[in-house]
Write a protein that binds this ligand. Structure first.
Ligand code: CNA
Length: 328
């Protein structure tokens, strides 16, 4: 992100954000694991996230980060599959209100692209079409050795039956088509970013710590200064990504489903939960989501514009040069 960029005075309040969403026609939404937390999928770095809760001892790994490390997977794919079995066993994945908000933007012809770092495939379930899955998808498989495609249905069935590591005919291990740490991003990502950087008129970044280098950070770094950018996240950016805070014109802090609900209300768009009904999702899920959000709505949503503590760091230029995925 360009640390020397001056924040836009014209985009500094929630009302400005609402107005920009109302008038923009080529919005890029960058999403991360936070938007799937209310779907029951933990993120990486929150207190309840994978890195803090995984039982490394039971999986026989020295650290949780190694679960998604290519070199480690090539040596021993068993921990990855042991860990991800629960994900594959969940056949009832449903979009969150935030996924549905993005889909609603698309149906209103406002969405240029959703760049997601998520690998759960829920954007596709929600019906978002202008989608780039920057880190791939858990639902298709390829041999880590000969690269031949595996048959997803039988791989998942066998994995659930006996927990064994799926193998290719060449005896290599099948690996889901997600970009592990140490892997290179697909070249189609760069082509898409180049096209979109020349057209985008608003950027919404939702539910990400911005700590995974490469793909979406690269997009933000190359974004023209005039394009407004808004961060919606449960917590303020911290650690190595704290310096990016001042790069956003507006930051909305709180659970993204609650914030999206406020935005849609002010936009006079239907509540995203109504979209859940429209595509036949569970009423129970909707109630669970909003029970949490309603309680937190007023107290947790705050707007931070150029917090003084961040301003000093605004000059720091962060330019991740590597095209490999890396954890920071
Ligand atoms: P991360 O580093 O775990 O950060 C998640 C961010 O989301 C944190 O800043 C949280 O504060 C925030 N957050 C958590 N809950 C909410 C909420 N309800 N509303 C708003 N914000 C919330 O994950 P990133 O996405 O930044 O990192 C990218 C990694 C995570 C990619 O490589 C993914 O493949 C990987 N990942 C994906 C999934 C998934 O597909 N659902 C799950 C876990 C990890």
């Amino acid at each position: 992100m360009n640390g020397e960029r001056k924040q836009l005075d014209s985009v500094s309040t929630v009302e400005h954000v609402v107005e920009r969403i109302r008038t923009s026609k080529r919005i890029v939404v960058i999403t991360g694991a936070g938007i799937s937390v209310s779907c029951g999928i933990p993120d990486f770095r929150s207190a309840n996230g994978i890195y803090n809760t995984v039982d490394c001892h039971a999986l026989n790994i020295p650290s949780a980060e190694l679960l998604f490390d290519l070199s480690f997977f090539k040596i021993d794919p068993q921990p990855f599959y042991k860990f991800s079995r629960a994900f594959y066993a969940n056949r009832a994945l449903q979009p969150s209100p935030t996924h549905l908000f993005i889909r609603d933007m698309e149906s209103r012809k406002k969405l240029l692209r959703n760049y997601t770092q998520n690998v759960d495939g829920i954007e596709q379930i929600a019906g978002i079409r202008s989608l780039v899955e920057c880190h791939g998808n858990m639902h298709t498989f390829r041999c880590a050795k000969c690269k031949k495609k595996g048959d997803s249905e039988s791989v998942i069935r066998r994995l659930l039956e006996d927990g064994s590591v799926p193998q290719c005919a060449c005896l290599g291990s099948l690996k889901p088509d997600i970009v592990f740490f140490g892997e290179v991003f697909p070249s189609s990502l760069e082509r898409s970013m180049q096209r979109d950087l020349a057209r985008v008129d608003l950027v919404l970044v939702i539910g990400t710590s911005l700590r995974v280098g490469g793909s979406v950070l690269e997009f933000l770094r190359r974004l023209p200064d005039a394009v407004p950018r808004v961060l919606i996240n449960k917590e303020a950016l911290s650690g190595s990504s704290k310096t990016y805070s001042a790069g956003f014109d507006v930051t909305l802090l709180g659970p993204c489903d609650a914030i999206v609900r406020i935005l849609t209300h002010r936009l006079d768009w239907p509540d995203p939960s109504k979209c859940l009904d429209r595509i036949g999702h569970l009423r129970a899920l909707r109630e669970r989501v909003y029970e949490v959000c309603e309680a937190e709505e007023e107290s947790r949503v705050s707007v931070s514009v150029a917090a003084p503590a961040d301003v000093g760091e605004r000059r720091t230029r962060h330019a991740p040069k590597k095209r490999r995925i890396e954890s920071m």
